[in-house]
Design a protein around this ligand. Structure first.
Ligand code: SF4
Ligand code: SF4
Length: 755
């Protein structure tokens, strides 16, 4: 078990396998201490570029649909495509090998190279070769492998695994690369600039290309009808790897096969844009091996005959194809958009949020599918924020995969009387009672919160006692450094019953059912009441629902059966209102996302089909919708910013899932229409993410993620203070922790303008 005191002394390889919990936690410490600045800078640059590049694509959504359809059909018809591909490769004069396992692939490739008496092999970047640990196998066979991608070259020198699926050494700053090269090579060169480092590496690699006996490449896609390979790259090294040596071995997972070369175009449009934000990479190769032109030969020597081998690797993929959840990951085109748009990944990178090979939100499914389930432990860093979902070019529901992995990991846990008793007491579904106490505690938040609000004064006194916090930390892992918001004396439901002012109802507006989500009901009822008042002020007829749990807390702990047991009655409660044409207004954005997307996984098809016809909106979306109607309210008169005691200058942070639901811009529009001067945050997620930031294991990471948001607040306040406004409960708590002051909900800000 890895446990090193000083994070700077931890080598990433020591903590690559996350089946060891200690290694996982050490990896978080190491990446936060050593790698975070470079990872942040590089991923956030890619992410910004991706937003810009995809915004310029007029048919982005259609392209995503097309890409998903191609991959979907290819996975469905995979056995047939593999037969067709084998025939194409052989007809072209190449060799075809389908390796069942990593060891099988390594053996085949070693045998081919040994037969050719190869001593030196040049290699292009291939994540699949990392998966099968090809370099180790070849070195054991006495063959030297030269990584020719600059990033892979750096990692080979450092003996580290990739930290990113597109930019494997993105955790290295220029300064760290200089120090590494100075340590590992004898040179008088200063190596102080990116250009000097590149020239230095290129000089070393040129010699390898010239002397190489064989080249090994990966493949982004392979066409079954022709045996053509598609490869995208920035450096040109892959092209040289495939063209210069006499023997070319291409390796790829079986999921890379598509029916035809004509399918490549869609992915050439999407892949570079989704990855680094480039409209096109510097080199796009579409190759039809073996090439007819002779390979490189040193002056005075005869070129050898070309030979081409396509090695397709199964290594668990056929099993994934049969798996109702993991088969979704086979559609992945390894673009890295889900890594770069993920706040947690942006902060620690793939040496913590990744395993021995694969990283990021999608990485857990690949580690579990091609290796062991527990290697996917790092998928715990997926908070379900959903920022990656709209950015995935093949529309993979990445948080759902991670929730399902979490469920499987829960099931690997040994049962115990304590867990079972606690689960029965708090309402966990029978099959989820093997989950750790911490997960059951957070999954059943509504039960604890209900009891705590009933005796709010006692609960608040208890939870402010260091001894109690210590017990909570050791029993359920609730970090004692995280301040707990006080429980209210009256729930939202109780306040609503006692404060029933109705305002003038406009009969032309739809009736609104306000969902009494458990987070607002037991945590911040004043926010809920503010939302009710704002909607009534502009003429909506608003009713508050009963406070039922919605499954959000449970699904994020991987307790899917519990989430389902909560979703079914909530859906039944909503259905008559939906059938009646009412609008369902949801204050808590994570619950809004739950109703709009996640219930597809929890409800039966017929119920989901009915429920998904419902209109689920955020309160200020409803207010903004009035500005599109026949009788426009003047928001600057309805909620005049000048009357707010909080002032006109605000900093607004919208919630991650609110943005995924496309439900954030209306809030900003409403506030501006009322006369507020609004500066908005641009972070993907505040880092709190429900229970995530409360957990002892992730507190430091959560606060490190939050630092980007806090820095944006500080920057916005250079000319004077601003009132902090946020839409999500978690965001309130994170801003409160980071900035040390009160945060308002937009509805509370609007209510503050009312006389
Ligand atoms: S859902 Fe959020 S936390 Fe999870 S992988 Fe996607 S972006 Fe990252
Ligand atoms: S899951 Fe989607 S976004 Fe992530 S790497 Fe794969 S294709 Fe790209």
């Amino acid at each position: 078990m890895a446990s090193v005191a000083n994070p700077a002394d931890i080598n990433p390889r020591q903590v690559a396998n996350k089946s060891d919990k200690r290694a996982f936690l050490d990896a978080i410490r190491m990446t936060l201490a050593v790698q975070s600045p470079a990872v942040r800078h590089n991923t956030q640059t890619f992410n910004r570029n991706r937003y810009a590049a995809t915004a310029r694509l007029a048919d982005y959504d259609a392209l995503k649909d097309r890409a998903r359809e191609i991959k979907q059909n290819a996975i469905a018809n995979l056995p047939e495509l593999l037969r067709q591909l084998e025939a194409s490769v052989r007809a072209n004069g190449g060799h075809f090998y389908l390796a069942k396992t990593a060891a099988d692939a390594d053996r085949y490739i070693s045998e081919v190279l040994t037969r050719h008496e190869a001593k030196l092999v040049v290699k292009g970047k291939s994540i699949t070769s990392e998966e099968i640990k090809l370099n180790h196998a070849l070195e054991a066979a006495g063959i030297t492998v030269a990584e020719t991608d600059l990033a892979e070259f750096i990692l080979q020198v450092a003996d580290e695994q990739p930290s990113h699926i597109v930019a494997p050494a993105l955790h290295y700053s220029r300064e760290r690369i200089t120090a590494l090269f100075k340590r590992k090579f004898t040179t008088d060169l200063p190596l102080d600039t990116g250009e000097e480092l590149t020239v230095f590496a290129r000089e070393k690699l040129r010699q390898k290309f010239i002397a190489a006996d064989a080249g090994i490449s990966g493949a982004n896609l392979i066409a079954a009808d022709s045996g053509s390979l598609m490869l995208v790259e920035s450096e040109g090294n892959i092209r040289m790897t495939m063209i210069l040596p006499p023997v070319h071995i291409a390796i790829a997972g079986i999921e890379k096969v598509v029916p035809s070369r004509t399918d490549f175009g869609t992915f050439i449009e999407l892949l570079p844009r989704s990855g680094t934000g480039q409209p096109l990479t510097s080199y796009v190769s579409i190759l039809h091996p073996p090439l007819k032109a002779p390979p490189f030969a040193a002056p005075g020597k005869q070129p050898k005959t070309r030979e081409f081998h396509l090695v397709l690797i199964d290594n668990g993929r056929s099993r994934m194809r049969e798996d109702p959840v993991l088969q979704e990951a086979l559609r992945c085109i390894r673009c890295s958009a889900c890594l770069n748009s993920c706040a947690n990944f942006e902060t620690v990178g793939g040496h913590a949020f990744g395993g021995e090979t694969y990283s990021g939100g999608i990485g857990g499914s690949w580690e579990a599918g091609t290796g062991k389930l527990l290697n996917a432990r790092f998928s715990e860093l997926c908070t379900g924020c959903s920022r990656c979902v709209n950015n995935c070019p093949v529309r993979i529901d990445i948080p759902w995969l991670n929730e399902a992995l979490r469920q499987r990991m829960n099931f690997e846990q040994p049962a115990s009387a304590a867990k079972s008793g606690f689960g029965a007491m708090t309402g966990s579904a029978a099959e989820d009672r093997v989950a750790p106490l911490q997960k059951q505690f957070f999954a059943n938040y509504h039960v604890m919160a209900k009891g705590a609000t009933r005796f709010a004064s006692v609960s608040n006194a208890l939870t402010s006692m260091p001894f109690v916090r210590g017990v909570m930390e050791s029993v359920v892992g609730l970090d004692r450094r995280r301040k707990l918001p006080p429980f209210p004396k009256k729930t939202w439901e109780e306040l609503y019953r006692t404060q029933q002012g109705r305002g003038t109802v406009r009969t032309d507006l739809p009736k609104v059912l306000m969902l009494a989500d458990v987070f607002t009901n037991y945590g911040s009822p004043e926010r809920g009441m503010a939302a009710v008042r704002v909607l009534r002020e502009v003429g909506f007829d608003v009713e508050l629902s009963a406070p039922l749990p919605d499954g959000r807390a449970a699904i994020s702990q991987g307790m899917i059966a519990t989430a389902r047991e909560q979703a079914v009655p909530l859906a039944a409660m909503l259905m008559p209102h939906i059938d009646n044409g009412e609008t369902v207004c949801v204050l808590e954005p994570s619950v809004l996302a739950m109703l709009r997307f996640d219930y597809a996984h929890l409800l039966d098809a017929a119920t989901w089909s009915r429920l998904s016809k419902g209109k689920f909106v955020e309160p200020l979306q409803l207010v903004w919708s009035l500005t599109e109607g026949a009788s426009l309210p003047d928001l600057s008169k309805a909620f005049p910013a000048g009357r707010s005691p909080h002032g006109k200058h605000v900093f607004y942070h919208s919630h991650c899932q609110q943005r995924t639901c496309n439900a954030a811009t209306e809030t900003i529009e409403v506030l501006r229409a009322c006369g507020f001067d609004v500066v908005t945050s641009s972070v993907e997620c505040c880092g709190m993410a429900g229970s995530f930031g409360y957990k002892r294991d992730y507190y430091e990471l959560s606060m490190a993620v939050g630092e980007d948001l806090f820095a944006q607040v500080r920057a916005a306040e250079q000319d004077g203070p601003r009132t902090l406004v946020a839409s999500g409960t978690s965001c309130h708590e994170q801003l409160w922790a980071g900035m040390g002051r009160k945060v308002l909900h937009p509805a509370e800000l609007l209510v503050s303008t009312l006389a």
